[in-house]
Write a protein that binds this ligand. Structure first.
Ligand code: 5GP
Ligand code: ZN
Length: 115
């Protein structure tokens, strides 16, 4: 836990968020500034700064995030049409919150390549 990290605060329930899923390892909530009809952020409860800062022994958390994303996509009705699970790592990728998170986006046609 990093005291000034907004996503740690959301994971601890200290900052309000529209939660769609939580368990002992992972929390998922709606993005404050959605870029698609469905835009969910999925984070580990553990403070990990970015994908680049992920230790090998914590790699299972990324697998867990993927299965949680799959289940949320089904629950929110975007799995048939398709969706995107994306991580921005570092400055040039546009990472603004320094707590590992994956964006689950769906509900519209998503362009490629991004940005
Ligand atoms: P990044 O650019 O780091 O990949 O994504 C950070 C995302 O977090 C952005 O899409 C932004 O809208 C979202 N965000 C930032 N602060 C908050 C917050 O306090 N609550 C929620 N729900 N989303 C946030
Ligand atoms: Zn954090």
């Amino acid at each position: 836990m990093t005291t000034d990290c907004v996503f740690c605060k959301i994971a601890k329930g200290e900052l309000k968020a529209d939660l769609v899923y939580e368990d002992s390892q992972v929390v998922a909530f709606r993005d404050l500034n959605p870029q698609a009809p469905v835009h969910i952020l999925i984070i580990p409860r553990k403070h990990i700064q970015s994908l680049d800062a992920l230790w090998d022994q914590d790699a299972n958390i990324v697998g867990r995030i993927a299965t949680v994303a799959r289940d949320i996509a089904r629950k929110l009705g975007i799995s048939e049409d398709g969706y995107r699970l994306v991580n921005n790592c570092g400055e040039q990728a546009g990472q603004t919150v320094l707590h590992l998170h994956f964006h689950l986006l769906g509900g519209r046609n998503l362009g490629w390549p991004p940005g």
